[in-house]
Design a protein around this ligand. Structure first.
Ligand code: GAL
Length: 804
């Protein structure tokens, strides 16, 4: 029998370590009560010493173990402990693990007592140990500490499947196959024959049955590979992410010894010099890089937060790819990518630095752990087997590549580098291209980076080239968006570039050697709470699923140099945008394909705030009205000093119309609403196929309201605690954010929930977020926001606690 039990609740924790903590008799009643995922310390939002999470700590748990048969064993499975762990049961040392980004199993059997409470103690070292990747030099992200991913027990037979890899072969041919690699562990080196029967299931429908016999070799590790033909299989695709379950049953001498179930999907991947092909269809990769960190909690966030990030990427930002920079991430995140059809670039932990031979051994182990743990996620289309942006090391990287290929012959390898002409030992030249600095080319050519005609993918761009905060001025925020669009435009326009993955999805915690001095790198298209900056809409507007129309300006003249609005960018996938000023139609604007020839959806640029208003409202002839508009538009963009020819044209106009300088000034104020003029209101309507699909009002007299939005109101504890994100923003009745709102407020909760992080916070650039977490009880919960200025806003949550 094989049984898996989650053991995430009711742990004891202390932020130090002493040998005596290992002992069964040690009294840990003064330790804190914690649930896993757990961060060894809750960190401030910013401006803290980075050593605060770098210490040794201890977790203890009184663990009830059921009975198991002589032929069976019991394991504990940790999905992620940062950075080094030693595991003890009933005072006995049972094993260790180096590296915080991959999971590990420890056999508890030698020290375990069945049908009894056992004392589990885990020593956790969260210091930046130079013997473990990514450490040894500087790293541009914080690693945080603790048992931050889930923990479970597994009771299983002594001959068990350690991991499986389910692959599709020849999927586009007449004779598609499923190839399965079973990595078996034969812990007592037995011989004989066992049998493995299986079924492939989709939506409770059985699509395949098979049985395969396995002759045990007597070795501890054994690979059993078999294949079956597939019929009428639905392929996994980014638009139709079809998923199957492979259910396996092992039997020995007619007796069942274990059941296993793996979710999987079948898709054909081909990476060629002319691009990336999914199921035979060429796809341009448009993606973002993701770190796994969150405000206050560091790495320690459960399933729903991980799910939400994948949903934001696919549904809000409209990208088709995410790179797990720079380490394997939560299985929940990957599960959701599988379900949504979001392609994933998975890679081993590391950042620029390669350590000594022992360090490299851990890195090779990381390759194995990554592939064996993540291999059945159809969303993963490539394995990153280089230390991000490290120097060439042919001997080392030949080994990482060989290992990856020997474990998984169904996916290409990549390895992220940042210098041209690096030696390609991988299948795809994956390159961080930070060429774009605002005015120049978006990307360099493949021949310059890779030096040959090989499959080529840009794995990072922008990032540190243009840090942007949500509270930067409007022009800066929009420039960040334009830079991302420029790179995407170059990517779409170059058939030798298979795609581009931008840096990065959101702002992230970093070390003092990077960032803005407050321990944050503001490189995200969203902030740390996953609240969009203008650049988010550059991405969102490139998809076709939902209509998007984001006006990048608040339309307040005083925000701009010389109080000139300049060009207003609208990030949209609409066919056209109609603008009204003060209720009167000004003009219909179209996407600027002349500026961005290759983008799926170039932005619309508002460069005319008048339309034919002068001609319509004033008594000038059509010709004179046109000249007045042209000259005034010039003034509005370039300032009051007209060149010689335009000054002569202005003079002639005065002669012809009898206008004087004062009349001209009044006219300018009337139509351009410049400094000294009254505020204006604007309406924008976005059209697709002749239908108005989006409407946005921008009214400078609009009043601010504090708005609370909660991602979900039904929380549910299953394998561990649950959480939801709340966003508080200062917005007008049309939803426009007041970007410079910094009001403070208190969060109050009632019922079985608590706030992650401080309960008194302030808006940062008009909005801020926080997470609420469950704490092991059932019932109705409420969250209230108290603001001196805006009063109290409340939201009811139904907290459902299940299956604990
Ligand atoms: C890259 C690096 C990333 C991040 C980025 C910032 O060089 O791979 O981790 O630091 O720069 O733009």
């Amino acid at each position: 029998m094989r049984i898996i039990k989650d053991i995430n609740f009711n742990w004891k924790y202390t932020d130090q370590f002493k040998e005596e903590y290992i002992g069964e008799d040690f009294d840990d009643s003064y330790f804190s009560e914690v649930n896993i995922p757990h961060s060894n310390i809750e960190v401030p939002f910013n401006n803290f010493p980075e050593e605060i999470y770098q210490f040794e700590s201890c977790y203890r748990k009184s663990l009830w173990l059921d009975k198991w048969h002589d032929d069976e064993m019991v394991f504990i499975h940790f999905e992620g402990v940062m950075t080094y762990a030693k595991v003890y049961l009933n005072g006995q040392y049972l094993g260790e693990h180096k590296g915080g980004y991959t999971g590990f199993r420890i056999d508890l059997t030698p020290a375990a007592r069945a049908e009894d409470y056992n004392l589990l103690a885990v020593y956790v070292d969260s210091r930046e140990r130079s013997d473990i990747p990514p450490f040894g030099h500087v790293v541009d992200y914080m690693t945080f500490g603790g048992i931050y991913r889930e923990v479970s027990l597994e009771y299983c037979h002594k001959v068990y499947i350690e991991s499986s890899l389910i692959k599709g072969k020849d999927l586009l041919s007449e004779t598609p196959l499923m190839e399965v690699d079973l990595h078996l562990k034969n812990s007592d080196g037995r011989s004989g024959v066992i049998s493995c029967s299986g079924e492939l299931v989709r939506d409770n429908r059985n699509v395949l049955h098979f049985t395969t016999e396995i002759a045990l070799s007597g070795n501890e590790n054994q690979l059993h590979r078999f294949n079956c033909s597939l019929e009428n299989i639905e392929l996994w695709d980014i638009e139709n992410p079809a998923l199957y379950h492979l259910n396996l049953t092992l039997t020995e001498k007619g007796k069942e010894t274990g059941k296993y179930s793996y979710r999987c999907g079948f898709r054909d991947i081909s990476y060629r010099p002319d691009g990336f092909f999914l199921n035979g269809r060429k796809i341009k990769i448009r993606g973002l890089n993701r770190h796994q960190t969150y405000p206050y909690a560091g790495n320690a966030m459960p399933k729903s937060a991980q799910y939400k990030d994948a949903e934001i990427l696919k549904e809000e930002l409209g990208v088709n790819t995410v790179r797990l920079s720079h380490y394997p991430q939560s299985r929940h995140f990957l599960d959701r990518c599988d379900e949504l059809g979001l392609l994933v670039f998975d890679e081993i932990p590391g950042w620029q630095h390669i350590g000594d031979d022992d360090w490299k051994k851990i890195s090779l182990k990381n390759v194995e752990e990554m592939i064996k743990t993540d291999g059945n996620h159809p969303s993963i289309f490539i394995w990153g087997v280089r230390i991000n942006e490290s120097q060439d090391d042919d001997e080392f990287y030949a080994k990482t590549n060989d290992l990856a290929r020997s474990l998984d012959n169904s996916r290409p390898t990549g390895g992220v580098r940042c210098f041209p002409g690096s030696r390609l030992l991988e299948d795809v030249y994956t390159y961080n291209d930070f060429n774009h600095s605002g005015k120049n080319a978006g990307l360099i050519k493949r021949k310059k980076a890779a030096k040959s005609k090989v499959p080529y993918l840009v794995t990072e761009h922008n990032g540190h080239m243009f840090p942007s905060k949500k509270f930067d001025n409007e022009k800066h925020r929009t420039d960040q968006a334009k830079r991302h669009l420029t790179v995407l435009d170059w990517m779409y326009g170059d058939s030798e570039i298979s795609g581009a993955i931008g840096w990065s999805m959101f702002d992230y915690y970093t070390h003092q050697d990077f960032g803005s001095g407050d321990k944050i790198c503001y490189h995200g298209v969203m902030d740390m709470f996953r609240i969009p900056k203008n650049a988010s809409f550059a991405y969102a507007s490139q998809q076709d699923e939902n209509p998007v129309m984001y006006i990048s300006s608040s339309m307040n003249i005083g925000e701009n140099e010389g109080s000139l609005l300049g060009d207003v960018y609208i990030f949209t996938n609409c066919d056209s945008v109609k603008m009204y000023k003060g209720g009167s139609f000004v003009k219909e604007f179209y996407p600027r394909r002349d500026l961005y020839p290759h983008l799926p959806h170039p932005p619309v640029v508002i460069d005319d705030f008048l339309g034919d208003a002068i001609e319509k409202n004033e008594t000038f002839s059509r010709r004179n009205a046109a000249v007045i508009k042209e000259l005034m538009t010039k003034i509005s963009r370039e300032g009051y000093s007209l060149g010689l020819i335009d000054t002569i044209r202005m003079g002639l106009l005065f002669l012809k119309t009898g206008m004087n300088y004062k009349d001209a000034e009044d006219l300018y104020t009337k139509y351009f609403g410049g400094w000294g003029g009254a505020a204006n209101s604007y309406t924008f309507e976005g059209f697709i196929d002749g239908e108005c699909v989006k409407r946005v009002e921008k009214n400078q007299n609009a009043l601010p309201r504090l708005v609370l939005s909660v991602d979900k109101t039904e929380l549910r504890e299953e394998e561990t605690w649950d959480c939801t994100r709340c966003i508080v923003s200062l917005a007008d009745s049309s939803g426009n954010i007041f970007h410079y709102g910094n009001d403070a407020f208190q969060i109050e909760t009632t019922g079985p929930i608590e706030v992650i992080g401080p309960e008194t916070i302030a808006l940062v650039g008009g909005s801020v977020g926080f997470w609420l977490k469950t704490r092991g009880e059932e019932g109705q919960a409420q969250v209230k926001i108290h603001s001196g200025r805006f009063g109290t806003i409340e939201e009811n949550l139904n907290i459902e606690v299940r299956g604990k």
